[in-house]
Design a protein around this ligand. Structure first.
Ligand code: XUL
Ligand code: CO
Length: 444
């Protein structure tokens, strides 16, 4: 088969001193991974440990359109009229690029990989054709499916929501679409299945029965859990939090809101989270906050690795290159013992001006090198106890004396009042924030 990206060679690791754009400087796919992501036997490679993934929608279907301008991207499928042929060329391109970049996984929405038909039946037929084509490519490729998902937000039928639409026919259509997407994800060996509720929320409470919508969303997710069980799909279910965009208020607004929803509706046993950096910042949280919350509540599932722009308030989905953020992200991932069945999916698009085909490879290299550097820095911080030792010292008073008796439940308000009545010196220590920020900088 002829190459679709002849300008992109197989990308090699050349070390930090290399000045070639099309080379890895930090991500050495075959190097042994460090720390807790090295696998139970400590033998996993960096490639296995970081579990990078390419997002089909940004890299293969993204055209560079924005609200003020049309497509800019130069792509190998330009000029092909037949939508099914475009779909085939895109899928071949996905495999060619993931292999050249040593990216072990990809992710897709049902409607990314096959054109939508006039009916669900017709869309399913197109999808079946493309799934067979993809399965064939996978036979001779190392690239695997990290997760599949259904696009329940682009078509006008979803303008008021999918599972949370006021119209039950839309709920039914979305159910049919997710049923099929689950079958397809299983067929392609997907290790997870994602629900991102871009239209599950409201534009105004004046027309919204919020309780009914949340009940319906929970019912929908329970139906998905039941169907996965029925067909023997054993991948991990993930919810992807995002507070807004396209909808004004989205119900899965952040990790804590998702946790409360999953707990209330008896879904915690079945779901973890797919946490995205730019969604965290839209929610007014850092990615470290979101990952920390998820890790400490046992729901860290996977990561959509990207970044926003400090000066823009929307989801710009840029490739992650901020080393400080990458380090603190990987710190949480390492503390979690790795991502397990999850991965680091580049839910990121090249800028509209980065329209050349090679920019796609260069952008992924930039993201992979940045995450690899973050991983190495975080592993060194952990090995040295650079943050853990001061943290333990800060809370040391909970190990003995009144701290220990409070923590073990032996105190009540009366006993605590008696203890506190005459205290004048609390012996407070400095929070040492600037000192700790400087510690992190030493490892970057
Ligand atoms: C949208 C977003 C989605 C999900 C999958 O902001 O992140 O692409 O990752 O639907
Ligand atoms: Co995402």
């Amino acid at each position: 088969m002829s190459e679709l990206f002849p300008m992109v060679p197989k990308i090699a690791f050349e070390g930090p001193l290399s000045d070639r754009d099309l080379a890895f400087k930090h991500y050495d796919p075959s190097a042994k991974a460090i720390g807790p992501v090295g696998g139970a036997d400590g033998n996993a490679t960096m490639k296995d440990a970081l579990r990078f993934s390419m997002a089909f929608w940004h890299s293969m279907t993204g055209a560079g359109i924005d609200p003020f301008g049309s497509a800019t991207m130069q792509r190998p499928w330009d000029g092909i009229a037949d939508p099914m042929e475009v779909a085939r060329v895109r899928m071949r391109a996905l495999f060619e690029l993931t292999e050249k970049l040593s990216i072990p996984f990809f992710c897709f929405h049902d409607r990314d990989i096959a054109p939508e038909g006039a009916t669900l039946r017709e869309s399913d037929r197109n999808l079946d054709t493309m799934v067979a084509f993809t399965k064939d490519l996978m036979k001779s490729s190392p690239t695997k499916l990290l997760w599949g998902t259904a696009n329940l937000f682009s078509n006008p039928r979803y303008m008021h929501g999918a599972a949370t639409s006021p119209e039950p026919k839309v709920f039914a259509y979305a159910a049919g679409q997710v049923k099929k997407a689950l079958e397809v994800t299983k067929e392609l060996g997907g290790q997870n299945y994602v629900f991102w509720g871009g239209r599950e929320g409201y534009e105004t409470l004046l027309n919204t029965d919020m309780k009914r919508e949340l009940d319906n969303l929970a019912r929908f997710l329970h139906l998905a859990v039941d169907y996965a069980k029925e067909i023997g799909f054993t991948g991990q279910f993930l919810i992807e939090p995002k507070p807004m965009e396209p909808t004004k208020h989205q119900y899965d607004s952040d990790a804590a809101a998702c946790y409360a929803f999953l707990a209330e509706y008896g879904l915690l046993a079945h779901f973890k989270l797919n946490i995205e950096t730019n969604h965290a910042t839209l929610a007014g949280n850092t990615i470290q906050h979101e990952l920390r919350f998820a890790r400490e509540h046992g729901i860290m599932g996977s990561v959509d690795a990207n970044q926003g722009d400090e000066l823009l308030g929307w989801d710009t989905d840029q490739f992650p290159t901020n080393l400080y953020v990458c380090t603190l992200m990987m710190y949480e991932v390492l503390k979690n013992g790795g991502l397990h069945s999850g991965g680091l999916n580049f839910d990121a698009k090249v800028r509209r001006g980065s329209f050349k085909p090679e920019d796609l490879a260069i952008a992924h290299i930039a993201g992979m090198d940045s995450m690899a550097r973050g991983c190495a820095a975080a592993a060194r911080m952990l090995a040295d106890g650079a943050l853990e030792r001061p943290l333990a010292a800060r809370y040391a008073h909970w190990q003995s004396g009144i701290g220990a008796t409070i923590a073990s439940g032996k105190e009540d308000f009366r006993s605590l009042e008696a203890f506190a009545l005459d205290i004048t010196d609390f012996g407070l220590a400095s929070g040492r924030q600037e000192c700790l920020e400087a510690v992190v900088n030493r490892y970057l």
